[in-house]
Design a protein around this ligand. Sequence first.
Ligand SMILES: Cc1cc2nc3c(=O)[nH]c(=O)nc-3n(C[C@H](O)[C@H](O)[C@H](O)COP(=O)(O)OP(=O)(O)OC[C@H]3O[C@@H](n4cnc5c(N)ncnc54)[C@H](O)[C@@H]3O)c2cc1C
Length: 382
Amino acid sequence: MELLEDSIVPEEALDIKAEAREFAAEHIEPNAQEYYSSGDYPTDILEAGQEVGLVAQDIPEEYGGRGLSLPEILAITEEFYRADAGIALTLQLASFGCEITYEYGNEEQKEKYLRPVAEGEQLSGLAVSEPETGSDLAGMQTTAEKDGDEYVLNGEKYWIGNGVEADWVTVYARTGDNPDNRYGNHSMFIVPTDTEGYEAEHIPEKMGFRASKQAHITFDDCRIPEENIIGYEGNGFMMLAEFFNHGRVVVAGHGLGLAAAAIEEAWDFVHDREEFGRKVSDFQSVQHDLADMLIEFESARSLTWRACEKVASGQNAGYWAAMAKTKATETATHNAEKGMQLHGGRSVLDERRIARVYRDVRIPVIYEGANAIQRNLVYRQA
Ligand SMILES: Cc1cc2nc3c(=O)[nH]c(=O)nc-3n(C[C@H](O)[C@H](O)[C@H](O)COP(=O)(O)OP(=O)(O)OC[C@H]3O[C@@H](n4cnc5c(N)ncnc54)[C@H](O)[C@@H]3O)c2cc1C
């Protein structure tokens, strides 16, 4: 069964989709269980992805990347997450946050910070969430105070992908405190991770996405030059909102890959397993479960590719991105749950792909904005 079939994918993204599938089959799928068990950072797969130009290639061509479009990134995403979500996230996070610099940064910043990431010499990250604040973007407390020709950062960030591994991170910090302008109080900064006052440690081990690493970062009088601000003071929330519109389409792709994996795994299992002297797949209720998984998957995929087109062309992007993210990530949880049930007792064996998928699907419904927040956006922007 070919779930991630090509017909819904725009022409421009077909070549890269084929490249991604080949890479996933050679490098991700065969190593998924091992990295899941060990929880190690998949450096060798990341390097292989950098080598073949499938990592950090959203960065524009003039700064060393391939300038991949949103449909191209979504096509890669479906394939990678079908193979394994934890490894896929590590590959995708290699350039996390770079979009903010190439959209709003100045020439010097782009040349200095983007090129090494595009060329596979450096990793980036995006630091928004905090220990005490996650969903309320306008409520983040980390401060960046101007002192002469520097900004001084103080505060904490939590859940930050590559916070330990990255060479620099884009940090969302408070530069104002105007209660009447909640959305104008934050700015974005490029912070090299070797700056004095930047400390990061891995957060405790997770139950899913174990091959990707997140960090708790502490800024303690962390001084960066004023030229490291991206765009201008007070524009951070707006930049982040734009960034998330693209990011949420990509996270919908995380859901699609995982939902497809759940179907494949359940399908194979019930067509092989026998009970009551026949294949489990001969029972009509089992066929209905598989049909429901397919219906949910195709609905989510249609919506996601429609949202991709809307977001890429700037048509009510926030609405479509939130809708696709919610539908696709919840389809993944639905399909994983059904897939587990159809596996019977074997579902809970750690070595089973369905068990890995079941754990992983808990995460995309939370990150890039919990789905409750997406529903707020869908309602408000309808
Ligand atoms: C594996 C992983 C990787 C991540 N990577 C990054 C990263 O690289 N960079 C980064 O900055 N962050 C990252 N995050 C953080 C992620 O974006 C946050 O976890 C997410 O925004 C939710 O914030 P929270 O966990 O603080 O939940 P909270 O904001 O505390 O929300 C808890 C729950 O409360 C409910 N809720 C909250 N607000 C509302 C509301 N207004 N209406 C209705 N219900 C509501 C929802 O059910 C929500 O799930 C990552 C998280 C995970 C799990």
